[in-house]
Design a protein around this ligand. Structure first.
Ligand code: FES
Length: 125
């Protein structure tokens, strides 16, 4: 019995727990984002870039680069780092920190359920 329980827990793909208060919005299946790429989702009037890393995790950040509005979802992804396609600034998707030190990204809590569905947490205003 114990081994069955442990197996079930480790099979789940939980990436980021939802923090704080808010509402979870379904973004649909993670399969719509090829591994190692990003896609833009409109959420409550804001565009959010969601990345599906090759390791199978998902991360959500603001869609436009804070430098000069580069489309981050079109950037190259290596590990958890995205490279802006406009001027090659690098950002850590796990925390939004810009590796050049001059600008950072807003991040959003996103998780996957056991069926590969993505859920983004938006703060209630
Ligand atoms: S717009 Fe992203 S680095 Fe310039």
């Amino acid at each position: 019995m114990l081994s069955m329980t442990l197996e079930k827990i480790t099979d789940e793909k939980i990436t980021e727990p939802a923090h704080g208060h808010g509402t979870e919005i379904s973004l649909g299946p993670v399969a719509q984002i090829p591994s190692g790429e990003g896609r833009v989702f409109p959420v409550n009037g804001t565009e959010v870039a969601v990345f599906h890393t090759r390791s199978g995790h998902v991360y959500a950040v603001q869609a436009e680069c804070p430098h000069r509005q580069g489309p981050l979802a079109d950037g190259l992804v290596g590990g958890t780092i995205v490279l802006c396609p406009f001027h090659s600034r690098k950002f850590d998707l796990t925390n939004g920190i810009g590796l050049q030190g001059d600008c950072n990204l807003q991040t959003y809590p996103v998780r996957m359920d056991g069926d590969g569905g993505m859920w983004l947490t938006v703060q209630e205003t």
